[in-house]
Design a protein around this ligand. Structure first.
Ligand code: TXA
Ligand code: MG
Length: 347
């Protein structure tokens, strides 16, 4: 049985946090909100508990986990060294959605890092996440709280959709304010490289570290491979996602799918929903679901996974999306869409 505890996200009830921490200390699994997506936490120092995380998610043992800390000192104990860049980045962006990859110390069990000698660390900004890590008295290994190869969870309901019965507790703090996973930034290479674009953008990182590279290998949030390029299954909805820069192209595809009686969802930025008039002059045709999302990159990010979950729940077979602009503030969203999409046409 998976228990769900509701709590106040801004000022979490101490009793709920204590209950979560006691589950963690017994080696159990607790899902909790972060400012990005819900995480599935286990005591990082308890290899058996960490193994349960992999089992619950159906996650390949080759995909390492992010460790969540409440203090910079805790991060330093998990890493073998603490380079100047780490110090400056932590000062600037922690607590917040930036994950740093560093050489690992002996304290971190090999299962957490998938046998590798680097460890990914971040200090979350969400009051519930911070309180849980503090009260547990140890760092938490926490991937996103969803079964592997499904859309990441931005609400407690999304968590129970794929993990009910497989984990001990969900701390329900409502929807996550950020909506896409943290930026993963590898400081073990020269220059450092972005492994996963996220809320902290390339330009913001450049301002601190100078030179950096952006890794173009298909790093999947749930399926990352230490040996890049071997697999490219994306964390995607059940539906087939297709992304088009050209609305004419999207419209033709929509008509074609409906002619074939295929249930189709369309997810457009609000400024482009004038197309809805042409797609559905009166009311949405049979087999069509039309929905819109913000033109603002931060609001788009916050809503994206929920929109995909909703369309999946409506059993559409296809989801057609318009491609957002190629710009720094859209990088994280474009990255997630691109991973989810089987067709990607810029224009
Ligand atoms: O915002 C987030 O990062 C959320 C919340 C819960 O903190 N967590 C998250 O975890 O997205 P997960 O497991 O879904 O994604 C972690 C990513 C994966 O792409 C994984 O391969 C990568 O971080 N990663 C973890 N450790 C790594 C390491 N030592 N070197 C390179 N990549 C690593
Ligand atoms: Mg994930």
């Amino acid at each position: 049985m998976t228990k769900v505890l509701h709590l106040n996200s801004a000022d979490p009830e101490p009793a709920a946090i204590r209950e979560g921490a006691s589950v963690i200390r017994r080696g159990g699994l607790v899902a909790f909100p972060t400012e990005t997506v819900y995480g599935l936490g286990a005591d990082v120092l308890d290899a058996a508990a960490v193994q349960r995380v992999f089992t619950a998610k159906g996650r390949p043992a080759t995909n390492p986990l992010i460790v969540h800390v409440a203090t910079v000192d805790e991060a330093k104990r998990l890493a073998a060294g603490w380079p100047n860049d780490a110090d400056r980045l932590a000062n600037k962006f922690w607590p917040g959605p930036l994950t740093l990859v560093l050489e690992k110390s002996n304290r971190v069990p090999g299962i957490v890092t998938a046998g590798g000698n680097t460890v990914a660390i971040r200090m979350p900004a969400h009051p519930v996440a911070i309180a849980l890590v503090r009260e547990s008295g140890r760092p938490l290994a926490a991937p996103s709280a969803n079964a592997s190869n499904t859309v990441s969870p931005t609400s407690a309901e999304h968590v129970t959709k794929t993990l009910a019965g497989r984990i001990d507790l969900v701390l329900d703090g409502g929807p996550c304010p950020g909506g896409v996973e943290s930026t993963v930034f590898d400081l073990t290479t020269q220059p450092p490289r972005i492994l996963r674009p996220g809320p902290v953008t390339a330009e913001q990182l450049k301002a601190i570290v100078g030179d950096l590279s952006v890794e173009r290998v298909a790093l999947d949030a749930d399926e990352i491979l230490p040996s890049p390029g071997t697999s490219e299954r994306h964390y995607a909805p059940h539906a087939t996602v297709e992304a088009y820069g050209s609305l004419e192209r999207l419209e033709r595809r929509f008509q074609q799918l409906l002619q074939n009686e295929i249930r189709t969802g369309v997810l457009l930025r609000a400024s482009r929903t004038y197309l809805f008039k042409s797609l559905a002059p009166v009311e949405p045709p049979r087999n069509a679901v039309l929905s819109s999302i913000s033109d603002n990159p931060a609001e788009y990010a916050m809503r994206l996974y929920a929109a995909l979950h909703e369309l999946d729940d409506l059993n559409v077979e296809y989801i057609l999306i318009d491609v957002p602009p190629s710009a720094d503030e859209w990088d994280a969203v474009r990255d997630r869409l691109r991973r989810a999409a089987s067709v990607w046409e810029e224009s």
